[in-house]
Design a protein around this ligand. Sequence first.
Ligand code: SF4
Length: 213
Amino acid sequence: MSELPKIIQDLKRNLKYQQKLGMKGVTKTSNTLEQIRAEIGDCKRCPLCEGRKNIVFGVGNPNAELMFVGEAPGRDEDAQGEPFVGRAGQLLNNIIKAMEMERSDVYIANIAKCRPPENRAPLPNEAATCIPFLHQQIETIKPKVIVCLGSVATKYLLETERSISTSRGQWFEFKGIKVMPTYHPAYLLRNPDAKKPVWEDMQKVRDYLKSNI
Ligand code: SF4
């Protein structure tokens, strides 16, 4: 079946964010995001294409200073074609608000753009096939900070085997961009005690962004 309506939906979503920014937001940058989406097309480059309803490209401000990276779409995200829209997404929205920002200020994407079966983590070959698109998005958006949400995003973006409990709260770098790993919002839903360390991590990010305007 043609992916064209879904691609158009993604482009409209990006346009909506550009309009929020005013004409100043309609820049070469956002065109390039459109080009990346067009390059993905009706992707069948890895086996995750088989179970997906929608490719979840990413959403948000194409000129964002802050980017969140999760592991892969879940059921709600697959159904709606947008990352972090379920309960974990609500929690992420609250975290963003607590950082004195709006969801529309940031950019949100995943390591893999299609939903893995049974919500498992993307396998190494799937992540390796999909991650070049995320790299292109990062190069285009040029955020000042990337927050890796959870162990899977941290592992694949930073190419590390360190556990999230030892890497969270510390600064890393990806192609000259500061990276802060923290726990995934879905983990916080199961372990509310982890909200405190996440908030400590996000305060570091907020303070860094404020001091690097
Ligand atoms: S996960 Fe990425 S590489 Fe795999 S089919 Fe989806 S878009 Fe293509």
